[in-house]
Design a protein around this ligand. Structure first.
Ligand code: ADP
Ligand code: ADP
Ligand code: MG
Length: 448
């Protein structure tokens, strides 16, 4: 039985995991970098260990220091959160070798799904529809260009090891392709230490629809419906909702069953997400699988009533899933707004700094997942997301009105945020009628 969990992360997701542990009676260990000594997750955990200097490479990505902290505190499991080491199969394997439970899927699943090109191959073999593309080895620029021409422009150039919207370029013609190929390659090298590239068809004006799944060690896999994450800027999610306005019950079940098939192909035994591109014709394609808890998991929790972190810990402990597919009932509508310390009026430049005061919204159906407080200084060296504002309403319309009310109550003094920008999204015609796709934010609200 898991008795003590070390959380190898920071910010709101570390707080989220600590909260779940406390409710189920598991002790917690926070780890932190030198610049994070005042962070909320450090204050909320039972114990805390400093694992190095501010730079992520030396702290939150420092496997040796994190494993030493486990040994030092007697933690018997590690929760990796999202980002950082969460999709690092080497880390998962090293945890196992040290007899520490990695709260995530088996490391072969991470390895196979972590590389987008390899994942495509596995999905094709499992009869899952993928975006038309080429996942073989690309030797050089010339070969890449002839592949692009064969697929036909426009194409998307992607870092195989990519994540967080980085290492992605769109090319509508040869010229854009050659420059995009080289910048994607160098961005991939810098961010992921792996410059493997692959090329797929650029789907125009799709929706991003993803299916939450969860599996256990006993071969059970259940899907928990979809999230619509089409409100994006620079291929990164800004606002998410569940359910999607465009799925019929029939399509939802079909996508859910395909997602389960994808998960079973790698003996998936934790929470995970299968991301799809969905065309207005109703055709959809597998895009990637994220083998970890997702940023926007709370909206699924709100419509299913299931605590995904508690269930993730339970299956990591060897238990069977506490529900079956027939037990899953989707109820009402949920929306999440990612609140970032950034300036939408200055090209979304990050705005770290001192939070002088903060007032969190509240009330029926409102949830705030955050690690900020009055007097907290947002460091410059990490992600700019400082809170997730989540609402749940009986209908989509109620959820929208609730979110607008909650955004208006959310007061943060000292740093600039995207709260007003989120308000604009909720007021836009495309969002209100539900027709918005992945280009809508950039085309309609950013580049006006
Ligand atoms: P989600 O897919 O859960 O919505 P994002 O794509 O927004 O999440 O990524 C969540 C966080 O994890 C961000 O801080 C992002 O920069 C980081 N991240 C995601 N994938 C990777 C990766 N492969 N390598 C490094 N960081 C990543
Ligand atoms: P990441 O690992 O960074 O999340 P993804 O492969 O999930 O990368 O792609 C990020 C976003 O880019 C998607 O949510 C989608 O909006 C867009 N995208 C990815 N592939 C395609 C494609 N082939 N055609 C159109 N848009 C795409
Ligand atoms: Mg993605």
């Amino acid at each position: 039985m898991i008795k003590k969990i070390l959380i190898a992360n920071r910010g709101e997701i570390a707080v989220r995991v600590i909260r779940a542990c406390r409710e189920i009676g598991i002790a917690t260990v926070a780890v932190y970098s030198e610049i994070d000594s005042d962070a909320l997750h450090v204050q909320l955990a039972d114990e805390a260990v400093c694992i190095g200097p501010a730079s992520s490479r030396d702290s939150y990505l420092n496997i040796q220091n994190i494993l030493s902290a486990c040994v030092l505190t007697g933690a018997d499991a590690v929760h990796p959160g999202f980002g950082f080491l969460s999709e690092n199969s080497k880390f998962a394997k090293m945890c196992a070798e040290c007899n520490i439970k990695f709260i995530g899927p088996n490391y072969d699943a991470i390895e196979l799904m972590g590389n987008k090109a390899k994942a495509r191959e596995i999905m094709k073999a499992a009869d899952v529809p993928v975006v038309p593309g080429y996942e073989g080895k690309i030797e050089d620029e010339n070969q890449a260009l002839s592949i692009a021409k064969e697929i036909e422009f426009p194409v998307m150039i992607k870092a195989a090891a990519g994540g967080g919207g980085k290492g992605i370029r769109i090319a509508f013609n040869e010229e854009e392709f050659l420059s995009g190929y080289n910048t994607a390659k160098s961005e991939a090298k810098v961010n992921f230490g792996d410059d493997t590239i692959y090329i797929e068809k650029y789907i125009q004006h799709p929706k991003h629809i993803e299916i939450q799944i969860i599996g256990d060690e006993h071969g059970n896999v259940v899907h928990l419906g979809e999230r619509d994450c089409s409100a994006q800027r620079k291929n990164q999610k800004v606002l998410e909702e569940a359910p999607s306005t465009v799925l019929t019950e029939e399509t939802r079940n079909m996508m859910g069953e395909i997602a389960k098939r994808a998960a079973k192909a790698v003996n998936y035994n934790s929470v995970g997400t299968i991301e799809f591109l969905y065309e207005s014709t109703g055709r959809f394609y597998f895009m990637e699988m994220n083998t970890r808890i997702q940023v926007e998991h709370p909206i699924t929790e709100m419509v299913t009533g299931i605590d995904l972190i508690k269930e993730q810990i339970s299956v990591a402990d060897g238990n069977e899933l506490s529900f079956s597919q027939d037990d899953i009932v989707l109820s009402g509508h949920s929306i999440e707004c990612r609140i970032n310390a950034e300036d939408p009026k200055a090209n979304f430049r990050p705005c770290p700094g001192l939070i002088e005061a903060v007032n969190f919204p509240g009330g029926f159906g409102v949830r705030v997942d955050s690690a900020i407080y009055g007097g907290y200084k947002i460091p410059h060296c990490y992600d700019s997301m400082i809170a997730k504002l989540i609402v749940h309403g009986k209908t989509r319309n109620e959820a929208i009105n609730k979110m607008k009310r909650a955004l208006a109550e959310f007061a943060i003094e000292g740093v600039t945020t995207n709260i007003d920008f989120q308000y604009e999204i909720l007021n836009s015609e495309e969002f209100v009628n539900g027709s918005y796709d992945t280009s809508f934010l950039t085309e309609k609200l950013v580049n006006r």
